[in-house]
Design a protein around this ligand. Structure first.
Ligand code: SF4
Length: 537
């Protein structure tokens, strides 16, 4: 064997007898084939992709949506998200050349596909969850929900709160006033005759000054209009670059963007339901739990969430829908404890007598008329008596200085919260430990491993479409890792074969109808021919 310093490649001038087939560009177990088999098994027209139902027409035909969907799936799985990078990769990446059969769509076509098909991308993500269910990859009994903040395609400076706008208007007022004063001083100075007698009082630079003043006043008007908009609407913030992005905070992090809600199944930590919102987590528990229960077709479902989701109406709605929620409770703001007084939790409810028992062992009885509190909840007030509370040795730790007796408010559906408290006391600690392990897996993978911390597009619709791609690619990669390439591709091939057979069967079923129609048309045609052939009398 010849001694060589380095390994050497092939000569670029070396001709090949036969050029390689595109099929030879990727190995038989390359994961790109799994993307191909998945997309080929989708009914893109049913999912709502544009042009999926297109018939032959004049002019340049569009790209097949299945090719562009394959391109995006490949891109998001391999951390290539920008349309310009996808365009470049489609020309030089052998896996993509194989996947797209050497098609080279331009970046505008690629970008437009993601923008225009946001609803279809959501539907494709959903259909993948159904596939996960079909493959037995989801347990469907225990899920966890959490929200993660993703930066939007907007800066923090482009989003205004009331406080920020009020401050901006005050600053502009000051600036305008200061500018006006300096102009007056300038005018007075220029009006003075100069010592050499050359001063004629003419003002210089009037045009520039006027423009500057006009600009300041226009900015103030815009800020005032935005403030009015905020005060009359329920948006809370005005976002100039991406109208749906908001300033959102979690822990010590504040971002300009969106809050992505994800429900993750316990069995393999796959995302079964998700939604992009621009508010905090509170108020999304029932909506997300219901979406997960529906797609999992579960009779009952346990859902775990952190304290940010605690909301009594949500807990009731979950219970009504057969969903057991586990959320650490907020027991007030701790004001009474800080004052050294008994809190609500120190009073126990006795359902048999419909009374509360206080720490001194006395009973608080309900008043007859329920009342509606500030947030619209109907509550019943339970009262101690003046006599017992007045003589009570614990009253210093119970009553406020002015009160003669203690009162407790009970929500009309408080039994829901009582059951929730019992659940949390018996199973909560163990389940809460599992919660973070379940739900943080997808976000950890997407944010830290894939580096997806922000959206490239703007507006709810497009952002939801992009999130669907991220979630789909997370689930897709995880499924391949757990199930294995061979089993996945075999399953998709079987699905495609069943679909083909049912297509053939429905085509065969349609034959008699086609023949009957044909027969009727031939009979009509013959009648017309014979009528024409008959000489007019
Ligand atoms: S003050 Fe009244 S409610 Fe409070 S512990 Fe004493 S008896 Fe019970």
């Amino acid at each position: 064997m010849m001694n060589r310093t380095f390994k050497s490649g092939e000569s670029r001038e070396q001709p090949s007898l036969l050029p390689p087939r595109i099929e030879d560009y990727v190995g038989s177990d390359n994961s790109v084939r799994a993307i191909d088999s998945f997309v080929c098994a989708l009914d893109l027209a049913k999912l709502g992709f544009l042009h999926a139902n297109r018939r032959t027409g004049v002019g340049q035909p569009p790209y097949d949506p299945s090719d562009l969907l394959k391109l995006y799936l490949y891109g998001y799985i391999n951390q290539i998200r920008s349309s310009r990078r996808l365009e470049r990769e489609a020309c030089r990446n052998l896996e993509l050349i194989w996947l797209l059969k050497n098609l080279k769509p331009g970046y505008r076509t690629i970008a437009n596909f993601r923008k225009e098909n946001w609803a279809a991308l959501k539907a494709a993500n959903r259909s993948f969850v159904l596939l996960l269910r079909e493959l037995g990859m989801v347990g469907g009994t225990l899920v966890a929900v959490d929200g993660a903040l993703f930066h939007g395609n907007a800066s923090k400076d482009s989003i205004y709160t009331r406080r920020k706008l009020a401050k901006q208007i005050a600053n502009l007022d000051q600036e305008i006033e200061a500018y006006g004063k300096s102009l007056d001083a300038n005018d007075a100075e220029e009006a003075k005759p100069r010592a050499d007698g050359s001063g004629d009082g003419n003002k210089s630079g009037d045009g520039d000054v006027g423009d500057k003043m006009k600009e300041l006043m226009a900015r103030r008007e815009r800020a005032r209009a935005d403030l009015k908009d905020l005060e009359t609407g329920d948006k809370g913030q005005v976002s100039k670059t991406d109208s749906d992005a908001r300033l959102l905070s979690k822990g010590d992090q504040t971002i300009a963007g969106y809050n992505v809600q994800s429900v993750v199944d316990d069995k393999h930590k796959l995302i079964v339901a998700s939604e992009v919102v621009n508010r905090s987590d509170v108020g999304h528990l029932h909506e997300m739990a219901k979406a997960a229960k529906e797609i999992l077709e579960a009779e009952t479902l346990q859902i775990l969430a952190d304290g940010g989701y605690y909301n009594s109406e949500d807990l009731k709605a979950c219970e009504d829908d057969g969903i057991k929620a586990y959320v650490p409770a907020h027991e007030g703001n701790g004001k009474l404890e800080k004052q050294g007084r008994f809190a609500r939790k120190d009073f126990s409810y006795d359902a048999a007598t419909d009374t509360y028992r206080c720490p001194a062992g006395q009973r608080l009885h309900p008043t007859k008329t329920p009342w509606t509190n500030g947030s619209g909840r109907i509550e019943v007030r339970y009262l101690g008596s003046k006599a017992t509370c007045g003589d009570c040795p614990l009253k210093v730790s119970c009553l406020s200085p002015e009160a003669k007796y203690r009162s407790i408010f009970r929500w009309e559906h408080e039994d829901v919260l009582d059951r929730h408290r019992q659940r949390m006391a018996s199973e909560g600690a163990e389940l809460m430990r599992r919660r973070s392990a379940i739900v943080e897996h997808p976000f950890g993978t997407l944010k830290c491993r894939a580096g997806y911390q922000h959206f490239l597009v703007r507006g709810f619709d497009k952002v939801r479409g992009e999130w669907s791609l991220m979630a789909l690619c997370y689930n897709f990669t995880r499924l391949l890792n757990i199930l294995g390439f061979d089993r996945f591709v075999a399953h998709m091939a079987e699905k495609a074969s069943v679909a083909r057979k049912s297509g053939v069967a429905s085509a065969l079923r349609a034959i008699p109808l086609v023949l009957r129609t044909l027969q009727a048309r031939i009979a009509l045609w013959l009648a017309v021919v014979m009528l024409r052939a008959t000489p007019a009398s």
